[in-house]
Structure formats: C-alpha cells, structure tokens
Design a protein. Structure first.
Length: 279
C-alpha cells in the first residue's frame, strides 16, 4: 500500500513516449530514480504487455500497469495479467456482427488460463495497409491467426476487439456499436496518421478511467495525477485529482485538463512528476 501518496498515471503514445515512440534515457532515469524512492508511477495504455515490456525495459516502476485500455492490468514483476475483464459471449458475437456490417474486421484478442499470453484472430485473409503495419510490428510478440475465424472455444476468453483503418469506417462502426450493443467502445484518431482511425471494443464498463479509479483504490493513494494527449484519455483525465495534458495534445484534451505542460518530446511528463513529488 502507498497510503497518503500521489499516484502518477501516464498515457504512453504521444505522452510519455517521445516523438520517436520511445522512452528517452532522461525520462527513464527520472522515473527509475523516483520509483526506487517509493513514488508510485505507472502507465495506462491501449497497448498490450508485448509492446509495453520492451518500451519500459530500462524504466523501473513499482505499480501494475493499466493495459489494453483498462481491459486488464499487468504485473511487470510477475509478467502476468491481473483483473482481466472478459467480454460475454453475447457481446462478442453481437460486436463482430455489427463490425462486419460496417465492413470492419477487427483483431480479436483472447487470453488463455495462464494469463500470460494472447492469441489474436483476424478473419480477413488480406489486411489493409494500416492493419498490415500493425501486424508486422507485433508479429513476433503475439500469436496471430490471420484469415481465421474466432474459434468457438475462444469466445469466452475474449478480452477485446481492435480495428485499425480508414477513420470514417472506424467511426461508423463505433456509432453502430454504441447504438446497438452494450459494449464499451472507444474510437480515436491515430496520433501518427490522423486519417487512420483506431476502434476498440470491450466488455461493458471497461475504460482507462475505471482502471485508474480501481488502481487508486487498490494502492491506497490519496491523490491521482493523470497525463494524456488523445481523446481516449479524456475519461481517465476526468477521474484525476489533477489532470495534465502535454503540449502536443488535441485541443479537446487541453481544454479538459487542469494544466498543460510542455510537449511529449521534452520529457515533460517525467520532469513534472519530479517537480510535483518534490524529490
């Protein structure tokens, strides 16, 4: 427990990570030093541990990470998923049908009983350009099954859908899912290519906001400081005692924040935590 302390939670892409998509040596050094002093710092990201792990390889933290937009938490020390929120079979089937109606074929993430690895299914045999780039970056990190329908036995192990493609199509699918299903839906522009839309579909109630709320309770922290840059960060910023937007954040995120700091490529998140903690 870290009762009485401030819990610092940062988004990764566009926030903690620099313009090169990496954690800089300076940021890693600051966070590592503060973590060894007992300051609770972690990340909340749409990423899975497969890509979080190498990005934080040189950064020490002492608190579980919020991964997959809150569908699970991840213990770095034990390399295991915790607090997994699985989708119901009805939500899985309904969600896939609605996506198909909009011409969207998501990657479907399933998790086995060991809670250490993911299997990812994609029913289309040919990927669009954005999907192909997403797949190639992660092909060695997860077990992908391209051109395969989700097996019936894996339906109960489904944690989320993720689709990436033309922004208009992603937004159309998100609208249908919100209106015609009970699923939690998150749709936002890709920070590296605004013409591309990212669509995430989860069990009802799943969000970064719900996860950081639970993490604050779990750790016993008395204050929550959250950092973000994109639309999918807005709910968790609303949960914060202090909501911080980086200088490169979207206008809506800056407007929702209590304060705006320098852009992500200036190590602004780590420098702010160092200043705010007084260490």
């Amino acid at each position: 427990m870290i009762k009485g302390k401030t819990l610092y939670v940062s988004d990764m892409d566009g926030t903690l990570l620099g313009s090169d998509g990496r954690v800089s040596d300076r940021t890693a050094g600051i966070i590592t030093r503060l973590s060894y002093l007992g300051v609770p710092i972690t990340v909340a990201t749409a990423r899975t541990p497969a890509t979080v792990r190498p990005l934080l390889a040189h950064t020490h933290t002492i608190v579980d990470a919020v991964v997959m937009t809150g569908a699970a938490m991840w213990s770095r020390a034990d390399n295991v998923y915790t607090d997994v929120r699985y989708m119901s079979a009805a939500d899985v089937r309904r969600g896939l049908d609605l996506c198909a109606e909009c011409g969207v074929h998501p990657f479907v993430y399933t998790m086995g009983e060991d809670r250490r690895s993911l299997d990812v299914y994609h029913r289309a045999r040919e990927l669009n350009k954005a999907e192909e780039g997403f797949y190639l970056e992660r092909a060695k990190l997860k077990r992908f099954h391209i051109g395969q329908e989700l097996p019936e036995a894996a339906v109960a192990e489904t944690a989320l859908f993720f689709a990436i493609g033309v922004r208009v199509a992603a937004e159309s699918a998100a609208k249908e899912l919100r209106e015609r299903s009970e699923c939690a839906v998150c749709c936002y522009p890709d920070i590296y290519n605004p013409g591309i839309g990212n669509l995430e579909v989860f069990a009802p109630g799943v969000s970064k906001a719900a996860a950081v709320r639970e993490l604050k309770k779990k750790t016993g922290a008395s204050r929550l400081v959250v950092f973000g840059d994109n639309l999918n960060d807005l709910p968790m910023l609303a949960e914060a005692d202090l909501a911080v937007a980086v200088g490169n954040a979207l206008p809506a995120v800056k407007e929702a924040a209590d304060i705006v700091i320098e852009p992500n490529y200036t190590d602004s998140v780590a420098r702010f935590i160092e200043y705010d903690s007084g260490l």
